[in-house]
Write a protein that binds this ligand. Structure first.
Ligand code: PLP
Length: 368
């Protein structure tokens, strides 16, 4: 169950005057993803072994000492989840305690301090309440929350820092990929890996993304939208697509089975991935977590045993994969079009998040 705070640990210092309704409406017209930011943020400092009081204040730049260790040794983690408008005009977030838990898993891997889950969620709830007018109303749109933590201690010695800053800000979000739900073309990366056993693949750390950008650039060069990562050891098993988890749809004994790579420590354990495994079964599909090689992917498609592939994550929900390219050739999936299983799962998840379907799992966290 959700933890309850006994006393608020956040000081609210909102701006004296917020943006006019007209200006806000203008900025929210075509928000895209991660380009428009709201007017407030939350910061919580960590020093001397404890988290201090947090502050909700005007959104703006943060000053760092040039010796701040995040700028050198990269102790930086983040999260991403969303607030959705509900039919009663209120707002709710989707499984925020899952993000809080994962934030602390990431923190532990990077030798950073854990933040109490209830403080993580309290910060988000306070920011969302403050920015209620920034929560879009349309289904498929939402207010994206971006919590992060960085090492702020001015010290060049290579060791875990002793001072950190937790920051949370928000961004109204439309479709993650411009042009709506359109199947993407992916490039199977053989030159680069995202994560190796014993590394940081399961952690949502900034460095994973820094290391991935060159592979994404190569995918673009090859005329693809996204990169598909293979395991670092065999260079054979599919792990993820860009910053999203990946699913395959098989036909077996007259029904659909959704299959996603098992969590090996090199994959990021997505909240969307976990939720879709449950939703798939409720929709009558089978659901499996196991290894899938590129050769199996190719063969299953050719034999007609696999009918769809899609990627999933908070930001873009579900993105169908229409075409695969690699050094070994290219192949189409579902004729390059969005398949019925991806569509049904996407609709089911969005209906739940927007309060149009009963929340039988207790996944929604009411904010307002
Ligand atoms: C955040 C992320 C995901 C998706 O996780 P969700 O919790 O579903 O948003 C998948 N892969 C990577 C590499 C990620 O960083």
């Amino acid at each position: 169950m959700n933890e309850v705070l006994t006393a608020p640990t956040l000081d609210l210092h909102p701006k004296a005057a917020v943006m006019s309704d007209a200006e806000r409406a203008e900025r929210m017209k075509n928000p895209g993803f991660g380009k428009v930011f709201t007017e407030h943020m939350v910061v919580i400092p960590y020093k001397d072994g404890v988290w201090g009081r947090g502050e909700l204040k005007a959104y703006g730049p943060i000053a760092f000492d040039p010796a701040a260790s995040v700028l050198h040794y990269g102790q930086a983690i983040f999260e991403g989840f969303k607030a959705y408008r509900q039919p009663d005009g209120g707002t709710a977030t989707f499984r925020p305690f899952e993000n809080a838990k994962r934030f602390n898993t990431s923190a532990a891997r990077l030798a950073m301090p854990a933040i109490p889950e209830e403080r993580f969620v309290e910060a988000a709830d306070a920011l969302i309440r403050q920015e209620d007018k920034w929560v879009p109303n349309a289904v498929g749109e939402s207010l994206y929350l971006r919590p992060l933590m960085v090492a702020t201690e001015a010290a060049l010695g290579v060791r875990p820092a002793k001072e950190y800053l937790f920051v949370l800000f928000a961004s109204p979000s439309g479709a993650y990929f411009s042009g709506g739900v359109k199947p993407v073309t992916v490039w199977i990366s053989e030159d680069y890996v995202r994560a190796a056993p014993g590394g940081t693949g399961f952690a949502k750390c900034a460095g994973n993304y820094a290391a991935s950008l060159i592979a994404q650039a190569q995918a673009t060069e090859k005329g693809c939208d996204q990169v598909v990562w293979l395991d670092a050891v065999h260079r054979e098993f599919v792990e993820e697509m860009g910053g999203m988890n990946i699913f395959f749809v098989y036909q077996e004994g007259g029904r659909e089975i959704v299959v996603t790579p098992e969590l090996t420590g090199t994959l990021l354990p997505g909240v969307t991935r976990k939720s879709l495994l449950d939703l798939a079964q409720e929709l009558g599909y089978g659901a499996e977590e196991r290894k899938i090689s590129v050769s199996e992917w190719n063969a299953a498609l050719k034999e007609g045993r696999m009918t769809e592939a899609f990627a999933c994550g908070t930001a873009a929900v579900i993105t169908p994969i229409g075409k695969v390219k690699s050094t070994k050739g290219e192949w189409l999936i579902h004729n390059g079009e969005t398949g019925p299983v991806a569509t049904k799962l996407r609709e089911a998840l969005l209906a739940l998040q927007h309060g149009q379907k009963a929340d039988t799992h207790g996944w929604m966290h009411k904010v307002k």
